[in-house]
Design a protein around this ligand. Structure first.
Ligand code: BGC
Length: 782
């Protein structure tokens, strides 16, 4: 039909498009996650505007949590502004309530626009064309716009139209809690064709205000209406257009008594600007974002498009302005109650460090502002320094629920909060990484140093001296592999602790040299002496990490090698390991089967600490025992696999990570995008396939492109400069697109170092014998 074709002119080129070509009720909730739109401040799930009875609308505001009725505080599902109910002859236009002849939806990743075309057919066999487009503005981060066009194709008809700010939404929660509403209406008003709604969260008492207005157009004639329930006669072939603008403000950004004025004022300005220009502002903002973050994989369309999808979801989660970080499922769903884990610092923040350093800084500031809360947790457990919570929300207190349902449905006690202390060092690691990548010394002096000191202090109080063996040990710990709780000397935990203690010594020395007055003042404030700092070095150098030196194997924890070792023999439909028949989840801790990258994560984080042989042996040992029951695992296996020459698996693991949410691989994409997996895909491509590493005086690459990839192109920020990198099988070219304030930038490719130029590519032609890809392949076949 011509009208369908005309509408498709809005669609982006194939690369930027995620398409739903037909209606599958079973996929409804997954699509709501995939099609989520946001701007870091708030996010709306990709619901169908008619809100079918089993859809799960979600409007989440970054950092807005409430506990009422829940076991533990959770992200608030706020009233839903995205809804439009149309009835024709008393029948609701909807994919469940009415027949349809055609249905498609397209998410434009380039500009964050969700478009839809459905041809409905009433029981009297009259067809109606329904088309919609909507966006959550990236320019004005408190604004959303929805446009719906309805055309009766066979006969004139009377339509009843309704749209509201739907307060009937709730947090789904868990079975035992039932549905919860975390807010109550505070004020409702109408005037100047604007509807106003203000709700207040029950426990935290935050006001959330909405202003909306509805415009109706017939041809060129548009008018704003005040009624929310309309009755309209529409001719055959005539198109009637509804435009809904909404603004959302909270009392965190405006004083409660000004909230109404600001929310309505913002809406008025938006209405005056009009849809066309609002969209232009929004699209320009997106163009700027992609100018920093776009990664192109030429020659592998599926990987290229899937990476684009993952980066889109990272971008819509990023927020440089508020005191927030990114939850395990972004703002696209309710899983993990919007809580923030180590996923943020080790998986997601690196993307922002290299694409949007100011957003990475804000994410780390979120932790800095919660240092006092972390100190209180440490003190409550008789430790010193700062112990960050395993799950964090608004206040920085521990938010891990004490029980949950396991993979097989049984109720289990959650012990991560008691033992998974590696998060402390993970956060310090991210602070240090951020400073190395950006050279942002002001952040280090503002709070980074304090965080690194206080986390080191924690470890110094967390270790136990084993006098007989003259070494420090850490008992009752849990590494990333959560199948083994409460172990002694988790290699991951101990290595991270060791790094944290040593980094604190190194950074103290550096800070005392660079800013002695400020550093000494900080030390005085913390009651920190040079003697204490020296003790950190002593502890770090004697922290025990278990292993078998002869076999060059790191032992995941004391006694791991003695556990039963069932073989993984079967793969599932996604080619991922199946739990062997001889094992079950209740007794899995008695086996060497592991949930996710643990020792392999160490190989990833410390690429220079281990020899090539150590990496190879450990990767193969643990890869064969990993069930990848966490979405954090595959991307890391891709990057490390590539380094040790497991090229085919590296490509396979990348493909798997890329489709985590696109193909709903873990079966729970309905509850939100897996943020760590999305961040992991970026890291696998940039740190794995492009082989990017940073050094104090330069940035290096050792690309290993799979045969099918023609080119890999991206931009990264390094030490304040913006570099553009283009990698093919024959050469790597790097350009300084925006210079750093300070000095020259050097880069090396396979070890050959050159100074980069502004606005002119410097080419690096690798000698084939030095290429990782080739030697890796040679190693594998030998
Ligand atoms: C993983 C953790 C992760 C959490 C949130 C768990 O299943 O084991 O490593 O932090 O999910 O994504």
């Amino acid at each position: 039909m011509q009208r369908l074709e005309e509408f498709r002119k809005h669609y982006p080129p194939e690369r930027w498009m995620i398409r739903e070509g037909s209606w599958d009720p079973g996929l409804q909730k997954v699509r709501e996650t995939q099609f989520a739109q946001g701007n870091g401040r708030f996010c709306c799930r990709g619901v169908l505007e008619e809100i079918p009875y089993d859809s799960t609308p979600g409007t989440f505001i970054a950092g807005l949590y409430d506990r009422t009725g829940a076991q533990i505080t959770e992200i608030v599902n706020c009233p839903n502004p995205i809804n439009l109910r149309i009835d024709a002859y008393g029948e609701k236009l909807g994919l469940i309530s009415m027949d349809h002849l055609h249905h498609e939806r397209v998410l434009d990743l380039r500009h964050g626009v969700l478009s839809r075309q459905t041809v409905f057919r009433t029981t009297h066999k009259k067809c109606i064309l329904y088309q919609s487009r909507r966006f959550v503005s990236m320019h004005n981060r408190r604004l959303g716009v929805m446009e719906v066009r309805v055309t009766p194709l066979d006969a004139a008809m009377t339509l009843n139209v309704q749209t509201t700010i739907d307060t009937s939404v709730s947090n789904k929660g868990v079975l035992t809690e039932g549905r919860k509403i975390h807010f109550m209406p505070h004020e409702v008003g109408q005037g100047d064709n604007i509807s106003y709604l203000c709700v207040r969260t029950l426990e935290s008492g935050t006001f959330v205000a909405y202003a909306t207005s509805l415009e109706i157009c017939r041809g060129e004639r548009c008018k704003t209406v005040s009624e929310r329930a309309l009755r309209l006669r529409v001719h055959k072939g005539e198109t009637i257009t509804f435009r809904k603008f909404f603004t959302i403000h909270t009392s965190r950004s405006a004083k409660p008594h000004q909230l109404k004025r600001e929310t309505i004022g913002d809406l008025r300005r938006a209405r005056r600007r009009g849809l066309k220009r609002l969209f232009e502002d929004h699209a320009k903002a997106w163009d700027r974002l992609w100018g920093e973050a776009n990664v192109e994989i030429e020659g592998d369309h599926a990987a290229d498009q899937a990476l684009c999808f993952n980066i889109y979801h990272l971008i819509i989660a990023g927020n440089a302005e508020d005191d927030v970080s990114i939850g395990a499922r972004t703002l696209s769903g309710e899983a993990y109650r919007g809580h923030i884990f180590w996923d943020a610092e080790l998986f997601v923040t690196p993307f922002f460090m290299y694409a949007f350093p100011e957003t990475a800084r804000a994410q780390l500031m979120y932790r800095c502002r919660r240092l006092d809360a972390a100190r209180a947790i440490a003190a409550s457990k008789d430790y010193r320094g700062a112990l960050f919570p395993w799950e964090s929300a608004d206040t920085g207190e521990e938010c891990t629920p004490s029980w949950a349902r396991d993979f097989d449905g049984t109720i289990i006690r959650i012990t991560t909060l008691d033992y998974e202390h590696h998060i402390v060092a993970d956060i310090a690691f991210a602070v240090d990484h951020y400073c190395r990548a950006t050279g942002d010394w002001s952040f280090m002096m503002r709070c980074g140093l304090e965080l690194i000191f206080e986390t080191a202090r924690f470890w110094a109080s967390r270790v136990t001296l084993n006098r007989k063996r003259n070494r420090y040990e850490i008992h009752d710990a849990m590494g990333p592999d959560e199948f083994h709780e409460r172990v002694s000397n988790s290699a991951f935990t101990n290595t991270m602790a060791r790094w944290n203690l040593q980094a604190a010594c190194d950074r103290a020395r550096e800070a005392l040299a660079r800013a002695p007055v400020k550093t000494k003042a900080l030390m005085r404030r913390l009651g920190l002496t040079e003697r204490e700092i020296r003790s950190w070095h002593r502890i770090a150098s004697r922290i025990h990490v278990p292993g078998n030196a002869r076999r060059k194997l790191i032992e995941q924890f004391d006694g791991y090698f003695r556990l039963r070792d069932p073989r993984i023999t079967q793969l599932d439909e996604h080619f991922m390991p199946v739990l062997p028949a001889s094992a079950d989840y209740r007794t899995i801790s008695k086996t060497q089967l592991i949930k996710q990258a643990d020792v392999v994560m160490l190989l990833f984080l410390f690429p220079n600490r281990y020899s090539a042989e150590e990496k190879r042996r450990n990767y193969y040992y643990y890869e064969r025992r990993t069930l990848h029951k966490s979405s954090l695992s595959p991307a890391i296996h891709s990057a490390v696999g590539l380094e040790v020459g497991d090229d085919d698996k590296a490509v396979h693991y990348l493909a798997h990570a890329l489709s985590t949410d696109l193909s709903n691989i873990h079966g729970n994409a309905a509850e939100g995008v897996h943020a760590a997996s999305a961040g992991g895909t970026w890291q696998a491509v940039i740190m794995g396939f492009a082989g990017m590493r940073i050094h104090p005086d330069h940035i290096s690459f050792s690309p290993r492109l799979p045969p099918g990839w023609r080119a890999l192109k991206f931009a990264v920020r390094f030490m304040g400069a913006k570099l553009r990198v283009s990698i093919t099988h024959r050469k790597t070219s790097i350009l300084v697109e925006r210079p750093a304030a300070r000095g020259r930038v050097f880069a090396s490719v396979y070890g050959a170092k050159k100074q980069l130029k502004k606005h002119a590519y410097v080419d690096f032609h690798p000698s084939l014998s030095r290429r990782g890809g080739k030697s890796a392949r040679a190693r594998r076949s030998s």
